[in-house]
Write a protein that binds this ligand. Sequence first.
Ligand SMILES: Nc1ncnc2c1ncn2[C@@H]1O[C@H](COP(=O)(O)OP(=O)(O)O)[C@@H](O)[C@H]1O
Ligand SMILES: [Mg+2]
Length: 155
Amino acid sequence: MKERILTKITHSQLQTEAFAEEIGTTLKGGECIELIADLGGGKTTFTRGLVRGTKSDDHVSSPTFTISKIYEAPQFLIHHFDFYRLNTPGLIAHELSEVAHDPKAVSIIEWGDVVKNSLPKKRVTITITTLDEDSRELTIQLPEEYSYILEGIDV
Ligand SMILES: Nc1ncnc2c1ncn2[C@@H]1O[C@H](COP(=O)(O)OP(=O)(O)O)[C@@H](O)[C@H]1O
Ligand SMILES: [Mg+2]
């Protein structure tokens, strides 16, 4: 599968949200997005901007205790997973697999390592590296079929 890669450095939470918001506006439904970063790296912050970009008014917070949350956008539902507290994939992995392969739903996954086998091969991977307290390097990796996500993105 051919891949595309884009890197962006942000210097504040607001810049990360604004960048994610731009990406959110390009979503059509059916995309699976995996977010990789350490604790406090900015995965939930990125999700907040992304969800805003889809024109959803729903409040984004870490689904740490519920593992998954659903936000409503005008064109599709967004399923936000956080597997930080999950040690072994169980029923939730099955739910994730269904949602992540649903051609209408958008899925966003934090701490997806434990459910790696349930993630579609065709997915967007966003890796966030902490450079210093307020700076982050965001690397977006996606298959050719998702290249519309990067069109018109300002880097
Ligand atoms: N450039 C930046 N981008 C994103 N978050 C940042 C940035 N600079 C500082 N922060 C802070 O880092 C923290 C990120 O937290 P959060 O999004 O919950 O991370 P995660 O979900 O990866 O654990 C927030 O407190 C946010 O204010
Ligand atoms: Mg988080």
